[in-house]
Design a protein around this ligand. Sequence first.
Ligand code: ADP
Length: 808
Amino acid sequence: MAESGADLNRAGRRGPERDQRAQEIPGIPDADVRAVFESAPDAYLLLAADSPRFTVVAANDTHLRATMTRREDVVGRSLFEVFPDNPADPGATGVRNLQASLDQVLRTGKPHRMALQKYDIRTPAGAFEERYWDSLNSPVFDDRGNLIYIIHRVEDVTDQVRSQRLLAGERESEERYHLLADMIPQHIWTTDATGYHGYFSRRWYDFTGATLAETKGEGWLRFLHPDDKERTVARWQHSLQTGEPYSIEYRFRRADGEYSWFLGQAAPLRDEAGHIVEWFGTLTDISERKRLDQEREQLLAREREAREQITTILESIADAFFAVDRDWRFTHVNREAERLLGRSRDDLVGKSLWEEFSAVVGSTFHHEYQRAVAERTTVEFEAYAPTIGIWVDVRAYPSDDGLSVFFRDISRRKLAEEKLRESERNFRALANSIPQLAWMADPTGWIFWYNDRWLEYTGTTLEAMQGWGWQKVHHPDHVQRVVDRIRHSFETGERWEDTFPLRSKTGAYRWFLSRALPIKDETGTVVRWFGTNTDITEQTEAAAERERLLEGERDARAEAEQQREQLERVTESRARLMRGFTHDVKNPLGAADGYAQLLELGILGSLSEKQLQSIQRLRRSIGTSLHLIHELLELARAEAGPIDIERVPTDVAALIRETSEDFRAQATAAGLRLDVRATDALQTMTDPARVRQILANLLSNAVKYTATGGITVGVGRRTVGRGPRSGDWIAIDVSDTGPGIPVSKQELIFQEFTRLDPKAQHGAGIGLAISRRIARLLGGDITVESHADGGAGRGSTFTLWLPTAILD
Ligand code: ADP
């Protein structure tokens, strides 16, 4: 076999030796042709047309290389003997298909191109190798047109087939991948290493309503929510630059214009060298999650708000408040409760009431709270809380969640109540000790208490008298009025006062002055009435007595007034009498003096010394009488009415000098000095005649009552507090060295008919009274200073005060 395949020629020639049909097979005639055949770049076999054997007549080098055979093992042998089917491939069709193709060439005389054929080749080691072939079988005819050979040209297309198959597989896997990508709920996208978006899964197009052309590259950014763009680009660039996985939440616009939230994620795909070749990204719709988040956020916010509201409400209530859950653990504690419990909210919340305030276990608090929860009922109570040392007023409300407790510090109220009770006791004790009848009524006027005296006086009991029972002891004539009026007071809150008779236990009525006062609390609400009944029977009698006395006094007054009027009439008639009398006496006396003077002057004949002395004594007596009468006349005038005053500018000093000089002879005769100190002019408005009259009176008194020594008359301005009024005065002093006037008598001498020494017979005691009266009419006064007490007379100084200006 080896040698038979070594040479085409030989094979052709020697073929028949080996095969009975070899003789029909012509050899290749031309060595040149053989050389061409041998070295042709394509793989050829020259096959004899001896179907079904198809003896290999020649094989070129390319074919031998391609099939890993040697010429000597091929040439001269049946094609199918050399190239059998791969026994390991039960589906192998190589032999059958090749045979069919060759037979077709023989039958038709036309070349036949076989479909791509898998035809495994045995390696020199014996194992088969997968191979694919592109085969063309072409007939070769001789000159006579007889088909003598078939050229079997093959091309090893294993590599192409393989790569095609790979490609097909890849395509398939990509298709499958895209199908998958389209099926999963996420959007899938891929980019190249630069971030250029080249692929989006179906969902993306369905969502955006866009085409690849619109969305590839940077196109996708157009569907991004404007507010998310900046941060998305930044984030994406960051991943592209660093290769870090990309993750972001953003919104994309749906075809209908609505935006949906997505979670965008991408990771890089790298080659073996670690270079990024692609980015694989997904978009997961998180709208629902976002919506839920938002809803949750809203709910949380609302809950927070509600909680805050509750807290605000709890804080704004004045009461202390805490709540416990079903396990008695604190859930709420407001500020007031923090204050009263002396514990902070943070400290208490979550902790057990009974553990934190173990001292109340077993107390009223414990029982009441337990009861509230067990019976699901509201409880209210007041109790002393020993742990916090105060009295509290508590209201506890059970709920499904536990117990809500409101409480407030009532220590002050408790104290006040205690005080009230005490003062109430004191008050009743006091009300029992007062001499009045007393009672107390509630705000409606229902009397609930009488003092002992009341019950004792009426001889009744509280049971009989309480409420409105007191009407039984009232006088039937008064009771209706009393009821009406006191009812009015109870209704209006006005204090009540009335006077009426009350029947005593003896059956006799006595009069009572009754009063009731509303007692109010700090809010002004009447809390009770307190009433008293004061027995005024005696006062009423005393009042009648007083009335009688007053009557008597009025009578006495009227009588006195009558007497006064009578006295006035008497005085008036006395003055009139005096005026008449003095006038009647004065004129005859004047006439008598006239005759006496004629006698004294010897006009009626000369007189003996004795006669002359008698005449002179007579005249002195007449003079004294005339003077007295003159004064009486003055007094009568003064009593009768005002004395006429006529003010003119007057030099008081000159007036003093003149008046004093009138008395010089008289003083000298009495052996007295007369010293007048009035040199400077002293002008004022006054009545000179009246001033002269006063001065004459003072000088005359000084001469009369001074035995030894002298008289000094002085005048000057005086600005002092002394005198009738403080201010500027003209003061005229007439001083003597006489007996002086006791202080006790100094005011007396200015009264009419006052004489200190009645025996002295110097005057009638009228002069000073008239002088003072005139001085006051002039706007001044007369005062005296004297020190007669203790015996040693040191004289008197009378001062006439005259105003410096005109005074009304
Ligand atoms: P008459 O001098 O006419 O008695 P008066 O009214 O002038 O009346 O005086 C009243 C009395 O005051 C006098 O009686 C006298 O006792 C007393 N009296 C007045 N002036 C002086 C005087 N200068 N010294 C002492 N006693 C006087």
